[in-house]
Write a protein that binds this ligand. Structure first.
Ligand SMILES: Cc1cc2nc3c(=O)[nH]c(=O)nc-3n(C[C@H](O)[C@H](O)[C@H](O)COP(=O)(O)OP(=O)(O)OC[C@H]3O[C@@H](n4cnc5c(N)ncnc54)[C@H](O)[C@@H]3O)c2cc1C
Length: 445
């Protein structure tokens, strides 16, 4: 480990030559910390470094953002570069925050119709990891990228567009391994409004109904609540911009959900069986009312503020295997026979098949299931992560690249048949492994 020679941030997590992920679970020493403001500065940083990783807002759980001698903080590279009103295309620098991108799009009457439930991530970080939302249009965010410029390991700049089908399919979700995204062009859709209804539904009912909901609604998300027999179902329907909706808010005390969860799961950290009680109390307090809201996809469905008291995993499975998988998952997680005391909620979302080589939805309609612990410092002991992973692997599940998982190259290449093509391409573009860190080397070298 060596000490920093350059540190442009005051943040204690990045100071003193130690890079830290948002919740403090991944830490690395570094030698050079650069904050490029231009494409030329990205180029010279890559040329000068023997090992380099670019990162955005450090909100990934997997060890994919640092671990190299030089680090490139992309967050200061964040302007709008160009727009084309006819095709609704906006070109931005990749360090732009997603919240800023959305504001830019909405101010033009545009939107990206599938948003993750977090707006603090950077565009580059979200694209690079296959970050996604849920149905209606239901694609990973990177599917809306129609062109990009990347800085490759030899320090050259390359441009790709929709015509470069194979290259774009590899690049869209590429973890910064093929190059650093410089500018990216997203093709937007017309802005729309949703009427969103959220209410608790018994497991057997939502399981019977979700396929129909996917046909009938423009937004479908289920926050599954293990040990309670319920899921909090969130359904959205497009409405005209001037349609009035009789809104119904959650009780005011709901804004304390995070603190109450934190408190209950702190107790559960010491007495794991208490998780069952905690989940039931949380359901009664915070997941028992019906709310109705109206807004844009961003306004009505994306969480705007977050603490860093979480650690996340997420797995996905083909839509046509979900029922079978879920009955096993529910039986295991609701049981007291194993040590997997799962915290709530577990986020169930839906993606349409795509052609992006490393997308969770590569060539299959997909259901994603999140798994969280509210005690991030005890994440290594949280058995639900391991149990969920084992079950999903039995059903050819794929992990989220940015989140926590243990599977190695052999398991991953079985569920991502293009992984070996990706590795060959990576070796061609970066023969010296300039963009690899220790974690990524195990999978991609
Ligand atoms: C509370 C929370 C909620 C979340 N919700 C969702 C969700 O709803 N849906 C979902 O899919 N994911 C979700 N995520 C995961 C999140 O979207 C990803 O971890 C995302 O990558 C974080 O973006 P970031 O800017 O922090 O990137 P970082 O974590 O800083 O970087 C992620 C990866 O992107 C690479 N990278 C960053 N910038 C560039 C660039 N310019 N060029 C090339 N590579 C680059 C990095 O090298 C790294 O490999 C959530 C995470 C948290 C913590």
């Amino acid at each position: 480990m060596s000490t920093a020679i350059h540190d442009t941030r005051n943040s204690s997590s990045a100071g003193n030559g130690v890079w830290s992920s948002w919740n403090g679970l991944v830490k690395h020493r570094y030698e050079r910390y650069l904050s490029p403001a231009t494409e030329e500065e990205i180029v010279s940083a890559v040329r000068d470094a023997s090992r380099i990783r670019a990162f955005g807002n450090r909100q990934s759980s997997a060890d994919i953002g640092a671990g190299t001698e030089t680090l490139l903080d992309m967050t200061g590279y964040n302007s709008v570069v160009a727009e084309d009103p006819d095709s609704k295309e906006l070109t931005v620098e990749s360090g732009m925050r997603l919240s800023t991108l959305i504001r830019e799009l909405e101010s033009r009457g545009w939107c990206v119709p599938c948003l993750p439930d977090i707006d603090t991530v950077t565009v580059g970080g979200a694209l690079a990891t296959g970050t996604h939302g849920t149905a209606g249009d239901g694609h990973i965010l990177a599917e809306y990228m129609v062109a990009c410029r990347i800085v490759t390991a030899d320090g050259s700049i390359r441009s790709y567009g929709d015509d470069d089908t194979e290259m774009m399919a590899a690049l869209r979700c590429s973890l910064g391994l093929l190059g650093v995204f410089s500018t990216v062009t997203l093709r937007a859709h017309p802005l729309y409004y949703l009427r969103v209804v959220e209410e608790p539904v018994r497991d057997e009912v939502w399981l019977r109904s979700y396929r129909r909901w996917l046909e009938e609604h423009d937004f479908v998300r289920i926050l599954w609540l293990p040990h309670t027999g319920y899921g909090q179902v969130i359904l959205g329907d497009k409405v005209d911009g001037d349609t009035q909706v009789r809104e119904r808010s959650a009780p005011r005390y709901h804004r304390h959900r995070r603190e109450v969860s934190k408190l209950l799961y702190r107790i559960a950290g010491r007495f794991p069986r208490f998780t069952v009680t905690a989940n039931r109390w949380l359901r009664r307090l915070f997941f028992s009312s019906r709310t109705v809201t109206r807004g844009t996809l961003y306004g009505a469905t994306v969480t705007k503020s977050r603490g860093s008291t979480l650690e996340l995993a997420e797995w996905s499975v083909a839509l046509d295997r979900f029922d079978e998988l879920f009955s096993e998952l529910k039986a295991q997680l609701d049981s007291s026979a194993n040590g997997a005391w799962a915290h709530i909620p577990m986020d169930v979302r839906f993606l349409r098949a795509d052609e992006t080589w490393l997308s969770q939805a590569w060539q299959r309609d997909t259901v994603t299931v999140g798994c969280v612990t509210r005690n991030p410092q005890r994440a290594d002991e949280y058995e639900a992560f391991d149990l969920v992973e084992q079950i999903f692997l039995r059903y050819d599940g794929r992990p989220h690249w940015a989140k926590r998982f243990r599977a190695g190259r052999s398991e991953l290449s079985r569920v991502w048949p293009r992984l070996n093509d990706f590795i060959r391409l990576r070796r061609r573009l970066d023969p010296g492994g300039r963009f690899l860190n220790g974690y990524l080397r195990h999978i991609f070298e």
